[in-house]
Design a protein around this ligand. Structure first.
Ligand SMILES: NC(=O)c1ccc[n+]([C@@H]2O[C@H](COP(=O)([O-])OP(=O)(O)OC[C@H]3O[C@@H](n4cnc5c(N)ncnc54)[C@H](OP(=O)(O)O)[C@@H]3O)[C@@H](O)[C@H]2O)c1
Length: 325
């Protein structure tokens, strides 16, 4: 099969090679046992894939390896008792190995895909939308009627967070850095859009936020805390801004603020049952028309370096996708 490997840790420009590899066996996965073997139609590209080309992501497989954490395609084989069968159309989170014509994912991370979503949207479903739901509900304890501030709102996690929050009856304020990104955040359903510069004052004028979802970090962290209403929750999701923020914890006393981490992958692996719960909740939001992954730039498998550079250069909006077949 055709696949892309990371062969050296030199960044998106030069780390990848297109290779011909044997197809993976059903037990070729991070988790023990047999998984679901999927004929990959589309593969999602994410920020961690960029970090992996530099050896900067927390999970560092031995070189060479096939990156790519999520795919959409058709089940070729599935383990007994998984509830899946050959021919099913699915979205799956495979951790690595997704930038290839065949990938293997654990059954608990493989979800039947309805006809509401196409393959490219399916390739943008699991990582971003499970993370969004987990961050908003499991960690952020979002209630209908509350206001959610979303950083990086035109990105993969950001657009997913807006859609899930809206579907759960919340009001959303998106934070973006450009006009183009404002349009994407609005297309995702944001009620209000503000610019990164001066966002705290703009959000305060809009009545403040009850929950902040922060995939960006960096120097905006303290202003995010200041944007929260009493008993607000700031959910730490990622650090695309580069710097890992520090907080003076006296701030947390002033208005009973919580800062909570949301590490979806760690939680999903150690509590496999939550994946079915979140999957069912998302199916409801898909059926209700709230969840529609926003697909951004699309590339052929062999052009994955361009896909990674679009993310690295901060120019990508929505979900970046590789069309595999
Ligand atoms: N905790 C979890 O379980 C979990 C799960 C999935 C992803 N993540 C993390 O969440 C983060 C976001 O992922 P994503 O897929 O949404 O990324 P993305 O689509 O590339 O969007 C990230 C957004 O971050 C903002 N940003 C600010 N400074 C940036 C910089 N220097 N370089 C690039 N972007 C910058 C950009 O928005 P503006 O230009 O508008 O500021 C961009 O739209 C990543 O760190 C990822 O690792 C965490």
């Amino acid at each position: 099969m055709r696949a892309l490997q990371i062969v050296e840790l030199t960044g998106p420009d030069s780390a990848l090679r297109l290779v011909d590899l044997p197809e993976p066996a059903a037990d070729h996965m991070l988790t023990p046992g047999a998984g679901v073997v999927v004929d990959v139609h589309a593969a999602g590209v994410s920020f961690p894939d960029v970090l992996q080309t530099r050896g900067q992501y927390q999970y560092k497989p031995e070189l060479p390896f096939v990156p790519g954490s999520e795919v959409a395609g058709i089940v070729r084989s599935a383990p007994d008792g998984s509830g899946l069968a050959a021919g099913d159309r699915v979205a799956a989170f495979c951790f690595t190995g997704g930038f290839a014509e065949v990938a293997v994912a654990p059954a608990f991370m493989t979800f039947r895909l309805g006809e509401e979503l196409d393959d490219a949207q399916g390739a943008g479903l699991v990582l971003n939308y499970h993370t969004a739901y987990f961050s908003l509900v499991t960690r952020g304890r979002l209630q209908a009627g509350e206001t959610v501030l979303v950083h990086g709102a035109a990105g993969g996690v950001g657009t997913a967070t807006i859609q899930v929050a809206k579907g759960l009856g919340a009001r959303t304020i998106a934070v973006v850095s450009s006009d183009e990104k404002e349009q994407v955040a609005r297309a995702a359903g944001a009620d209000e859009v503000v610019r990164v510069e001066g966002f705290k004052d703009a959000v305060t004028e809009l009545g403040g936020a009850d929950v902040v979802i922060d995939p960006v970090g960096g120097d905006r962290f303290t202003d995010s805390l200041r944007s929260l209403n009493r008993a607000g929750r700031l959910v730490v999701v990622g650090f695309t801004g580069g710097a890992i923020p520090e907080v003076k914890v006296n701030r947390l006393l002033l208005r009973n603020t919580e800062v909570v981490g949301a590490g979806w992958g760690e939680y999903a692996l150690s509590n496999p049952a939550i994946n079915a719960e979140i999957g069912a909740a998302l199916d409801g939001l898909i059926a209700g028309g709230h969840v529609r992954p926003i697909v951004g730039p699309r590339f052929a498998l062999e052009d994955a370096a361009e896909a990674l550079k679009a993310i690295d250069g901060r120019s990508a909006t929505g979900k970046v996708v590789l069309d595999v077949r």
